[in-house]
Design a protein around this ligand. Sequence first.
Ligand SMILES: [Zn+2]
Length: 227
Amino acid sequence: MFVGHYSIAFAAKSEKNKIPLWVLFIAVQFLDYIWATLVLLGIEKLRVIKGFTAGSMLDSYFHPYSHSLIAAILWSAAAAIVYRAVCSRHGYLYRRYAALIVGLAVLSHWILDFIAHPRDLAIYGNTWKVGLGLWNYRGPEFALEIAMLAGGIVLYLARNVMSAVRKTAVIAFGLGLVVIQIGDTYVPRTPLTDKATAMGVWIFYTLFVVVAFFIEKVGTPKKGAAL
Ligand SMILES: [Zn+2]
């Protein structure tokens, strides 16, 4: 699962919970940030094998600290606690359940990975591995990612008040993500090393976070500007 994760970020944001979209963009990929960091540190292990599954080259054979179910639950709880603490400290206006939404957004990553990954997701530690393996079916997996992303963006547009300019920007961003998913699924390429793959995750995911940050600034009247 790749851009499908962002459907949850788009769907979770509402005018009421006031969670910044960029925070949700980090939340839904939080487990992959931990994973990429631990791969770079040589703690979690990854093999990049051409044709490992139809839709992905990643053989994540050891990732207990980022991608076991128990670890995912603990990271989700930690993210909720941190979000709540940071908001209260900075007096950020938010609803009490917003921290819970951030926690669930983190957990959503594991659930979507469970659909896509071959049996490489442990329940605890490195044992009892599960995964429905939708990555073995390139077309259906791709269709699911795109359908979810589209659904998430439709909800985002419906649940948030915004200018026509921002609406257009959000749709353009969505189309950009679709193009990236097409490249990831269908364009053949030589496998990168495990470390280069992890670096790529950091770079691309962070780029998306930056876009999500700026997209919520588009079409907002500047402070002090005449209305
Ligand atoms: Zn993942």
